[in-house]
Design a binder for this molecule. Structure first.
Ligand SMILES: [Zn+2]
Length: 127
């Protein structure tokens, strides 16, 4: 059983919906949503609105904390690799890595296709 967590949207409790209402008739209040899972902000917010609210309050500080992009990132043939496969009706799917600048293709195994380390997070071939 997964643990219940609160939506991280700083204004979640201010949105007036039935599921946020708590308390007895004479002491009604709205509370932050609590769920076992959320779809937004990498599983931390209950709605797109709460995600935007979070970013409006904390986004600039998060960028300063983790480091802003201060120089252009560059795509070259060294980091233009993507995994692809061609689905085949007879079950012989063709897995390969594809360089979308040079259009070079290199075959890989299904295991390499499923392995998230075959291509680095920034698009470099690691095999
Ligand atoms: Zn929320």
């Amino acid at each position: 059983m997964s643990q219940l967590r609160y939506c991280q949207g700083p204004r979640c409790h201010t949105y007036d919906t039935k599921d946020r209402k708590k308390g007895p008739k004479d002491n009604k209040r709205n509370e932050t949503r609590r769920r076992s899972s959320f779809y937004y902000l990498d599983g931390n917010c209950c709605s797109m609105q709460c995600m935007y609210d979070w970013f409006n309050v904390y986004g600039s500080r998060a960028l300063d904390h983790f480091g802003r992009t201060t120089q252009p990132k560059v795509l070259t043939q060294d980091n233009a690799w993507r995994k692809r496969y061609d689905w085949n009706r007879d079950g012989n799917d063709r897995h390969y890595v594809y360089n979308h600048l040079t259009e070079e293709q290199r075959p890989i195994t299904e295991q390499q296709y499923d392995n998230e380390n075959t291509i680095t997070h920034d698009g470099r071939l690691a095999i």
